[in-house]
Write a protein that binds this ligand. Structure first.
Ligand code: PEP
Ligand code: MN
Length: 331
């Protein structure tokens, strides 16, 4: 249950009343609200004098539910995304920051194409310890340099809670990866910033668990959360993962959060990325996340799935055609 408190409500008294319920008090732009477990279906009597209005839910998808707010808008700087806004952020860049030359070429590509958001990881959650793990702090500095030099927005990921403060300080959008989305140190810290947070769905994560991860950030006080579907693990082994477009449709229907799709990590092979990206665009989502590399075959991570810059230019042209047909604006 979400309870909107009256402006005059004494927060200390409310806190004492809801303590045993495992409820959380969240301060929003419009005042304070109490979020109890969804199993609470009736307004506790002791709260009646403090409550303005309340909302009942059938699961712990509450702050992110369409039954609470129809659509949340998230300001990404160069554009705002949200249900009904008809804006799609096309986010591109390499899997990892590898060198100044490499990330600079990506920043130039973003500018050249009139896009705004550059992606690249610096703390890489690799499957094997015997592989490139990212440039860590040095990579963040290079991303910061690209923002200053080219005026691009930066999205980069936190692998664990040890460097989440550094990522929040550098990024314009904080990415919580598929493997990191269960890290409560990261989720709780993301609740304490107002920067947009993009949460990627774990490949073995149900939609319920995924959205509940977002609830941790929302309940922490940060309303700027974006969901990213990036493929789940199924019985199929021919592709890296299976892009769950049905899941994306469910998220659009049932949650108030912007939805972004990542065809690159889903299929894992560059040959299928353009077709999938067009299918994603046709779903009218709030964003796409597509990996590119100036020379994919030499990439230090996710080499097989990255498009080269020319392939991406061609893809973007066809995405613009689809956007036009849907009356959507790409930024
Ligand atoms: C990434 O975006 O580079 C990444 C590591 O993705 P995911 O967390 O979806 O595997
Ligand atoms: Mn990657």
């Amino acid at each position: 249950m979400i309870i909107h408190l009256k402006e005059t409500a004494d927060q200390a008294k409310v806190q004492a009343i809801v303590e045993d319920l495992y409820a959380i008090i969240v301060t929003t732009g419009e005042g304070s609200i109490v979020v109890t477990p969804s199993s609470v279906k009736a307004l506790p009597e002791a709260l009646e004098e403090y409550a303005d209005k309340y909302f009942v839910f059938d699961s712990d998808i509450q702050l992110s539910s369409v039954d609470y707010i129809e659509g949340r808008e998230v300001d990404l700087g160069p554009g705002t995304v949200g249900r009904g806004l008809l804006n799609t952020a096309v986010i591109t860049g390499p899997c990892s920051v590898e060198s100044r030359e490499q990330i600079e070429q990506a920043a130039i590509l973003v500018k050249e194409l009139g896009l705004s958001i550059l992606r690249a990881g610096s703390f890489k959650p690799r499957t094997s310890p015997y592989t490139f793990q990212g440039l860590a702090g040095e990579g963040l500095e290079l991303l910061d340099e690209m923002r200053s030099k080219y005026g691009v927005q930066i999205i980069t990921e936190a692998r664990d809670a040890t460097h989440i403060d550094d990522v929040i300080a550098t990024a314009d959008i904080v990415q919580v990866g598929a493997k990191a989305m269960y890290d409560h140190g990261i989720l709780r810290r993301c609740g304490k910033t107002s920067k947009p947070v993009l949460i990627k769905r774990g490949f073995g994560t149900t939609l319920q668990e995924f959205v509940q991860a977002a609830e941790f950030v929302l309940a922490g006080g940060n309303p700027n959360v974006i969901l990213c579907e990036r493929g789940i693990r199924t019985f199929e082994t021919k592709t890296r993962f299976t892009l769950d477009l049905c899941g994306a449709a469910w998220l659009k229907e049932n949650t108030n959060l912007p939805v972004i799709l990542d065809p690159s990590h889903a299929i894992g092979f560059a040959y299928g990325v353009p077709d999938l990206a067009r299918a994603c665009m046709a779903m009218g989502v709030e964003g796409l996340l597509i990996e590119v590399h100036p020379d994919p075959s030499s990439a230090k991570s996710d080499a097989a799935q990255q498009l080269n810059h020319q392939e991406f230019r061609t893809l973007l042209n066809s995405l613009k055609d689809i956007a036009k047909a849907l009356n959507r604006k790409i930024f």
